[in-house]
Design a protein around this ligand. Structure first.
Ligand code: GUN
Length: 279
């Protein structure tokens, strides 16, 4: 029987620390949250981001823009927020409508307010280890490992998925923590053998129940970053919990595992942005 990694509990504990930190600051940290269009999943994420801010005393402003918003209009808003004194962090919810160039938008946010850590300057800083902001989802995973005293040093760490948002930075953070890291993706040969070698397996591939018990070593730590909605409306991860749980030593459930940590890390980054500004 695996120990369940309780992301909700860790997230609440972290939020208490953030709240205390915010209460001591002379100027309230401020986050601008931009949503373009009406994607239902994005609407839920954005709502939770704003609620998260309120829960720890961070000021937030929201910009809910219609799907027809032009790239120029969005860039103009970012320009305005880049210089707005009471805003320390800017978050543009992804994905954006197809007519908007995501890279141009990410590049437009000044690195000092890039609380997602998606700007190339911040990505580069993550590469060297000299970073201000950590990308929220991978940082949440590292925070969970720390809370459960799971040290990646010297361990075989396998990351399944190579996205810019999760897989790539996750691999880098595990490397900084002295793990031996393998990144697997859709073109990896013999994925099963790679996964079976993992002491710590982080899965962010976006395919429901993709990792099954036969792909997991006895005693492995399994972190499921996936959020997929099944035909019956229920949420499921990228890991087939029923077959993997009996083999794992620790495992994150979905929901309630890695998910709750992401927004908490965003709040942490927003406080850090305000601190770096000297607030
Ligand atoms: N869409 C899915 N994950 C994220 C995230 O971490 N940040 C932003 N801005 N959009 C996302």
């Amino acid at each position: 029987m695996a120990i369940l990694i309780d992301g909700k509990a860790v997230s609440l504990a972290e939020r208490e620390l953030i709240k205390e930190q915010v209460s001591k600051m002379a100027v309230k940290p401020g986050l601008a949250v931009i949503l373009v269009g009406e994607d239902p999943a994005s609407q839920v994420y954005v709502k939770n981001k704003k609620l998260g801010c309120a829960a720890v005393g961070i000021y937030s402003e929201s910009y809910d823009l219609p799907a027809e918003t032009t790239q120029e209009e969005l860039l103009a808003l970012i320009e305005k927020l880049n210089v707005k004194e009471d805003i320390h962090g800017i978050l543009v919810q992804l994905p954006l409508p197809k007519h908007i160039d995501e890279t141009a938008v990410i590049n437009a946010i000044i690195p000092e307010k890039d609380v997602d850590a998606f700007h190339p300057v911040n990505v580069g800083k993550i590469m060297t280890g000299d970073y201000d902001f950590l990308p929220c989802t991978p940082a949440g995973v590292m925070c969970l490992l720390k809370h459960y005293n799971i040290d990646p040093a010297g361990k075989e760490c396998v990351v399944v998925g190579r996205s810019n948002i999760v897989g790539k930075p996750q691999a880098m953070l595990l490397l900084h923590a002295n793990g031996t890291v393998t990144i697997c993706h859709s073109r990896t040969k013999d994925l099963k053998a790679k996964c079976l070698a993992a002491d710590i397996l982080v899965v962010a591939i976006g395919k429901a129940d993709f990792i099954t018990g036969d792909m997991v070593k006895e005693g492995a730590v399994v972190i499921d970053v996936g959020i997929n909605r099944k035909a019956d409306g229920k949420l499921t991860g990228d890991v087939d919990f029923a077959s993997v749980e009996p083999k794992a030593s620790y495992i994150t459930p979905v929901p309630g595992g890695a998910g709750p940590m992401t927004i908490t890390m965003l709040l942490k980054n927003t406080v850090k942005a305000a601190e770096l500004k000297g607030e």
